[in-house]
Design a protein around this ligand. Structure first.
Ligand SMILES: [Zn+2]
Length: 257
């Protein structure tokens, strides 16, 4: 598997259109990302607000795996959790990572009414009713990902500064650095309104085990910060994957605060 997993990417010869050859589920009916068409979104008044309780001491490392940069958290007990919203029970925070494009007008994985954002932050959580992460990946309710769009603007969110600076230290594939005392909820936008649907991971093996909680309000990063991330992008040969499906397959629901 290790050899296989090194063969996918975002280039024309190994991009999303090819993933199904090694990972058949990539052609499944519940594949993410999707386009959210707000006219098709069903407002569900029974959906609840979601909550997090993150322990900053649980942050461990920041790493560049050649496809993204990710921050890893201690998930050996219910230390940092996401709960409620569309979920039953609690989910443990395992890692966060970013998706970027090669220019400001694309980079996000999900698309909203035809609009692509400059990037997308994913916070990956798993359901501890299963014995470990690998088992959770095989279950319908195994994982929840909180997705937050990144938009380029004049008044950047100051809390993004530290994490973008840390990325500077891990510019090449395989680099890893300690990363401690970090509560990712400082990155959240003001509004916690969300869309939710059941889908998949957006990278191979594309397991269909994900309850998505996508925030409607993006967070703002500065043109400088994005220029900086482009550097990383070129080092990673990172491109925005094409959409695998539209919201036609999905019941997208929305919660407003
Ligand atoms: Zn992701």
């Amino acid at each position: 598997m290790a050899q296989q997993s090194s063969q996918w990417g975002y280039d024309t010869d190994n991009g999303p259109d090819h993933w199904h050859k090694l990972y058949p589920i990539a052609k499944g009916k519940n594949q993410s990302p999707i386009e959210i068409n707000s006219k098709d979104v069903h407002y569900d008044p029974s959906l609840l607000p979601w909550f997090v309780g993150y322990d900053p001491v649980g942050a461990r490392t920041i790493a560049n795996n050649g496809r993204t940069c990710k921050v890893v958290f201690d998930d050996t007990f219910d230390r940092s959790v996401l709960r409620s919203g569309p979920l039953t029970g609690i989910y443990r925070l395992r890692q966060l990572h970013f998706h970027w494009g090669s220019s400001n007008d694309h980079g996000s994985e999900h698309i909203v009414d035809g609009v692509k954002y400059a990037g997308e932050l994913h916070l990956v959580h798993w359901n501890p009713k299963y014995s470990n992460y690998a088992e959770a990946l095989r279950k319908y309710d195994g994982v929840t990902i909180l997705g937050i769009f990144l938009q380029v603007g004049k008044t950047p969110k100051p809390e993004m500064k530290r994490i973008l600076e840390e990325i500077n230290n891990i510019k090449t594939k395989g680099k890893e650095a300690p990363f401690s005392n970090f509560d990712p909820s400082i990155l959240f936008p003001k509004s916690w309104d969300y869309w939710t649907y059941h889908g998949s991971f957006t990278t191979p093996p594309c397991e269909e085990c994900v309850t998505w909680i996508l925030l409607r309000e993006p967070i703002v990063i500065s043109p400088d910060q994005v220029n900086f991330s482009w550097t990383l992008v070129s080092l990673l040969s990172w491109f925005s994957p094409s959409l695998k499906s539209t919201s036609g397959y999905f019941q997208v629901q929305m919660h407003l605060y």
